[in-house]
Ligand binder design. Structure first.
Ligand code: FE
Ligand code: CA
Length: 527
């Protein structure tokens, strides 16, 4: 290591603190300490982030990547000590907590700090220090105290930010909203190869199939200054959809019904890269498995039930015989068949469904926000001759599983349930009816908050939305949703960009819905 290519410099903190507890770990860590003294510059190219707030804690994230478009981030293959600080003021004169973390090469030199001992319901500032460098400063917020009366929650929810389809003007506007929390509902990256058709910029590497490839893909996205600014402005809570791994995958099957063993290897790489790049409280993945579903409480005002509808999916509905065995592409639009309504068919998997059922019973929150991936309302393609086709990739392909959630809301008496979703690259809003009543009595409402950039070119979309009974549908505008709630009422506002292909795009309200606690259903207001 004497001929290290890295510049030698001093650590801004006591080296004894770093090495002290780690001598027993032996050579690796002493090499790590050495490496920290001579790290390449530009360690914090991917910014910082915070997420999954609790009343006394927050997850702080960064990843050291001086060469972010290389599979190892340009880091030496050794563990590196990283200091973290969280303070009450932006100048860091009142540090609330601080400590040391280790950025491990096995985890792409990412750092996930569970900063504890914080005060509930207040803003904090945080940063990291490694080598001679300090990271950008992020602003975050703890959740209110458990059960506390909370005046209000402002949450922005978003999904589907295909890098090639546009710039991230939406994130600039999210920052200006000063939300308490940003909820991201999937398709943070897209896995496709660079494709210049309709692109404003190109993916920087071929379609990722392994960990190195997925790291480069995340770095491509995370280098965007507007996306970084959104992470620097507020805590995030995230779940994934399909494109964090591969288009339309279901459990162990990709869209081509390829060899499941090979696909699970790919899924393991994709899940690891996801973990390495997000401020998640979740435990790291083990191979192709990672538990992402969880709750997040905002005092007595709201609970988010954040679910994962990809990892545990059962077989797709109404597929022609032999497709899976022959490794032929799945059929995405299917005619009704005998097994469509089979109660054994599952979107969340048995364990997660059981978990969700229990949360919906136990919650005492005024509003219960189901943070899921896609449109829950029936979306059937109707044809002139009365034939209908169902999407095998969303809830319409798993109707019994969907209705179990709706019935549980009723049976458990879950207070003011709302579903928030993404995936369809369009804004949509609809009442959710009681499946056991034919009069269409609403028991909840759902909101799909558009897409940050991803397109849905479908001249038939609005007509089909109307035949499916959606209260609102808009697929020609990109943007995000904003939810403002207090104990008695709420407003969901859809924010639409003038042009997602421009970094400086203006934004405007394109729809507004009012909600009243105790009166399920949405009310469309004119904007
Ligand atoms: Fe998408
Ligand atoms: Ca999707």
């Amino acid at each position: 290591m004497t001929d290290s290519p890295y510049r030698s410099n001093d650590l801004p903190f006591s080296r004894r603190t770093v090495v002290g507890g780690a001598l027993a770990a032996g050579t690796l860590f002493s090499i790590g300490a050495h490496a920290a003294a001579g790290l390449p510059q530009g360690l914090f190219s991917l910014g910082v982030a915070s997420g999954d707030p609790e009343p006394d804690g927050i997850i702080l994230w960064t990843r050291l990547a001086p060469q972010p478009l290389e599979s190892d981030g340009g880091m030496p293959p050794v563990a590196v000590p990283v200091r973290w600080e969280i303070a009450e003021d932006e100048a860091f004169s009142r540090i609330a907590r601080s400590g040391m973390a280790r950025a491990e090469p096995h985890w792409g030199h990412s750092v996930h700090v569970d900063a504890r001992g914080l005060r509930p319901g207040r803003a904090y500032f945080y940063r990291f220090i490694a080598g001679k460098e300090a990271s950008p400063v992020g602003r975050t917020r703890t959740a209110p105290a458990r059960g506390a009366q909370v005046d209000r929650l402002r949450l922005c929810f978003a999904s589907c930010q295909k890098y090639e389809a546009g710039f991230y003007a939406a994130w600039r506007h999210v920052v200006a909203e000063d939300p308490d929390l940003i909820l991201f509902l999937g398709d943070y990256i897209y896995e496709g190869a660079p494709n210049s058709k309709d692109a404003v910029r190109l993916h920087r590497n071929p379609e990722p199939m392994d960990l190195g490839g997925y790291r480069i893909r995340y770095a491509t996205y995370k280098l965007d200054p507007l996306l970084q600014a959104a992470h620097h402005a507020a805590p995030w809570a995230l779940t994934w959809d399909d494109h964090e791994v591969a288009n339309d995958y279901a459990g162990a099957l990709d869209e081509g019904n390829g060899d499941p063993v090979a696909f699970l290897r790919r899924r393991a790489a994709a899940y690891q890269a996801y973990y390495e790049h997000q401020p998640l409280r979740a435990r790291p993945p083990r191979g192709p498995d990672m538990r992402l579903y969880r709750t997040l409480d905002w005092g007595s005002l709201a609970q988010l039930q954040i679910v994962d509808d990809r990892q545990y999916r059962g077989p797709r509905a109404c597929q022609p015989d032999g497709l899976v065995e022959a490794h032929k592409p799945y059929r995405s639009l299917v005619a009704e068949c005998a097994d469509l309504h089979d109660p054994n068919r599952t979107m969340l998997g048995a364990a997660q469904e059981k978990w969700l059922d229990a949360r919906l019973v136990e919650t005492t929150a005024q509003w219960n926000l189901l943070a899921q991936q896609t449109l829950m309302r029936q979306s059937v393609k109707h044809y002139q001759d009365d034939a209908a086709e169902y999407s095998a990739d969303n809830w319409s392909g798993y109707p019994a599983a969907r209705e179990r959630i709706f019935r549980q809301w009723v049976k458990a008496g879950t207070s003011n349930p709302l579903a928030l979703g993404g995936d369809i690259h369009a804004f949509a809003a609809a009442d959710i009816a009681d499946p056991d009543r034919s009069d269409g009595t609403p028991i909840a409402a759902e909101f799909v908050g558009g897409s940050i950039t991803s397109l849905r070119v479908d001249p038939d979309f609005k007509r089909l939305a109307a035949t499916n009974g959606l209260a609102f549908a808009e697929n020609e505008v990109r943007g995000y949703g904003r939810l403002d709630i207090d104990a008695k009422s709420g407003i969901v506002t859809y924010r639409g960009l003038a042009d997602a292909r421009r970094e400086d795009s203006a934004i405007a309200d394109i729809a507004r819905f009012s909600l009243e606690a105790g009166k399920p259903g949405l009310h469309l207001e004119t904007v």
